[in-house]
Structure formats: C-alpha cells, structure tokens
Ligand binder design. Sequence first.
Ligand code: CA
Length: 365
Amino acid sequence: MASSLARLLPSGTLALAALIWVCEPAKGAEPAQGDTKQVDLGGGVTLELVYLPPGEFTMGSTPEEKAWAVGPEGGWIPGTGREKPEGDPRPARIKQGFWMGRTEVSVGQFRRFVEETGFVTDAEKPGGWTQCFDPEWDGYHYTTQVVHPWKRMPGKSWRDPNWAFPNLDVYPVVCVSWNDDRAFCQWLTKRERAAGRLPEGLEYRLPTEAEWEYACRGGRPRAFFWWGDELEEGEGRLNISACDFLPGRKKTWPLGKAPWSDGYAFVSPVDHYGERGRNGFGLADMCGGVWEFVLDHFDPQGAHEEAYFVDKDPHPVCRGGNYFDVPGNARCAVPCFVLPAHPRHRGPSQRRDDPPNQVSSTHDW
Ligand SMILES: [Ca+2]
C-alpha cells in the first residue's frame, strides 16, 4: 500500500500572478512593502497585487520540522522520502522586490482571460484530461485495494470541476495546468502593456520557487507555517483537511488532521479568512486553499535561489498544500512536482506514466 500511495500527486491549481522587473528597476522606483495595485481585467473584474520588498530568508526545513511532517500531526507516512526535496535550512536572497497577487487566481479572473482570448486549457484539448472528485467514492479500503476519490472525468475542466456545488467566481480556479498558468500571465503582460499601464521593464509571470517561499514566509523567521510552528494557531487562517463533512455525506475526509472546522470540505473563496488568513506580506491562502504553481522546474535536491530549469523531463512545481491535504503538506517549505500539461484539480494522480520515484504525495493520514 505504501508504495502505491507514494505515487500519488497532491492537487495544484493556478498560482498567484507576480509582477516582476525583468531588468534593474530605475532608481527611486521601488515602492514600499504593503503597497497595493489594482489591475483592471475588464468586465468589472480586478486583480489585486501586493508589493514585496527585496529581502533574505531561510529556505528549506530543519530535521525537527521534517520529523514533525511525518508524525501524527503532520500526517505524512514516514520512510517515503517525501520530505527530502525541502532541503536543509539555507540562506536565500530575493534581490529585487516584486508585486504578487494577494490571492490565488480566482475562477472569475481566469474567466476574463478565457473570454478575451478564447484560450483552451490543457484539460479541454483533444486527449486532455483532469481529475475530479468521484461522488461514488465511499472511502479508502486499507485492507484491500486503495481506491482514491479522484478520477479522470471526460468533459471536466476549470469550467466544471465536478463540485457538488456551483463553481463560483470567488473560488480559486482549479483543473488548470502549468502551461495554462503561464498563458494567463502572458495575457496579463500583453494586455497591460497594450493599455499603456505596464511600466517599462516589468512583466507578469509566475513567481520562482524562491520568490514563492519568500512570499509564503511573510517576512518572518523560518517556521513550519507563516504564523509559526504550531498547527493550532492555524485555526481560522487556512483551508486544510479538517473535520468538515463532505457535501451530502455523513463523514469527513480520512485525511482530516486539523481538529477544527475550517468551514469547507473542498475549496473556500479566496481570502475567505480575511486579515487572520493573511501573512506578514498581506498575502492570503499561502498555506492551504489550493496548490500553487511556480515558475521553476523541480530539483529533488531542493529549490534554488535563482530560477532552476532542466532540459530533460522537466516537472513544474506546486507549493502550499490544499484543502484536502494533511497539515504536513501546507508548510512553507514543501515542494511537489507535477507534469507540465497536467491540470491539477486536487487530484492524486494514478497516471501510469508518472515517474516511479514520484515524491509528491498525499499518501498521508
Ligand atoms: Ca494556496
């Protein structure tokens, strides 16, 4: 069972868009931490950006933190090596400040992109696929075959992720791939440039893995979560696998490790937890909510200070855990890797072409 479970992928979805200087900013152009910008996406939809100044932080996790992740609270199965790609604690520096979306990209924001461009996501292309929750799923059967609640479903996509409830514009968009995410950022760059609203030397792209971890930590010293090491202090701050009933069911996820209700068995509206759910930089849902894509490719040795890319067999990285994950997955240091065209729902993947040494797993309860 452990080996089959170790092959599972955690879910991911659209990351936060980040506005980045592609060259040295002009002197005096640096805004202050906490400054905000409203980007008008048209149709009455906006996207809020928050400024993060340059800074230093500690990347990775200590042996104590890794031990917690595989313990009863963290919820990972020990001995799978899942925690290794976090790497040891190491100093990292973000040399240039940047703007980052306050929230995960929402369904409403992604819809504007699709409406304006006619963009077809990977899941919607011929042969494309995504995974959705199987309403027939009746639980894990640990003694026989492990049957997961996530199934490939034809015709499903970000438009209809097979929720048992309406897919509201205020939810984070799901069932989108790394390719889809990058296309969203390119659209934003092009759109803002054409409108004369994008200052010279700036572009929208996904944050690098280092930028994401810096952003997640919120300017605080190294810790499991942006608020500190204590899971209990996460109450009212994040959407994680908690003791909420599945819609129409009388039981909770078997992964429910957080001993409180976060109000949602699946996705919650972005920034639902308000001030209490925002970190030191003012960013919402950095831990929990939905997994977020970053720009880099995966390195099993750990994330890099500079963006890291490989030519052969690249795997994009997601960060931050999601509504279904155990607390161990929602820590600031956790990377998980996916396939470039793989639209992440929440879905542990059963793809046979997944690498056998798949380290991204939600095999934990
Ligand atoms: Ca998130």
